[in-house]
Design a protein around this ligand. Sequence first.
Ligand code: ATP
Length: 321
Amino acid sequence: MLQIENLYKKYDTVLALDGLNMSIRKGELYGFVGPNGAGKTTTIRIVSGLLQPTRGNVWIDGICGNRDTKILKSKIGYVPDFFGVYDNLTVKEYLEFYASSYGIYGKEGTKRAREVLDRVELFQMEERFVDELSRGMQQRLCLARALIHRPQLLVMDEPASGLDPGARRIFKNVLKNLCQEGYTVLISSHILSELSDMCTNVGIINQGKMILQGEMEDIMYSIDSANPILITIYQNMEKALELLKNHPLVTRISIDKNTISILFSGSKAEEAMLMKELVEADILITSFVREHNSLESVFFRLIEPEKGGEKNVSIESGTGK
Ligand code: ATP
């Protein structure tokens, strides 16, 4: 759906994008995260046809968009981080006004206004004045506005900032539903927790470069797989330690009361086999869990590796406390 290849953007002396690559497929809810100044807004403005890159290409549905920004503007709905609303218009008039800027007038404009209000859960608000709406509702109105010309890709720059938890929850639901209907959504934020529970995919940008991207689940698993597995033993501790010490994929063991912590270099299937081996050896276990990292910790480890600290991979098999 959206392909960004080797994108560069230089503002005078500042290199904002430094060979950025990005790939988004239809139906994905793609979280674009990075610290302040990483290049998110610059990328989003280029994708939306509002800014020309210094070098590189943006492809949308196989068409190179940055040579013809009209294509980008027709296929993309852009939701800026800062939005203005006109306080002397009703919600319906406001959307009809935006429809007219795309050449959609009269009954078709009203139909489109109702269609998008329904999508953003504001249907009952069509006769209200826009300045009477809460901030969360105004944000969804801005989303409705971006949908009025039936784009395929929604591009949103930090849209959830400043929303209270209730408004954020509705906003997330609206986005999830849009993706289920076949829309593709690119959403940026520097607050990772805003995105981690809603996005299907994530791309992490730092200093104008994509440093990690992929499906949220795969990224979390690949990061978690370096974490210890914690096994809580109910009975047969000695036997468990013996089995683990001789296991070829266990590289470190430490014990805390009745919990054994191991570093295990196997796949998910091998992890499941290890649990089976323990049970078949009559070792009673009450839990077997891989420690999880939050997306937040992954992010900080990636953008500040010197602060994240290297994992200790030395072998200390059989060490007691
Ligand atoms: P934030 O989360 O703070 O909005 P961002 O990830 O969106 O940051 P950008 O706004 O794209 O980052 O900025 C990337 C870099 O380009 C920064 O160093 C910024 O100072 C610089 N920059 C952005 N716009 C301009 C401009 N118009 N002129 C000069 N430098 C700019």
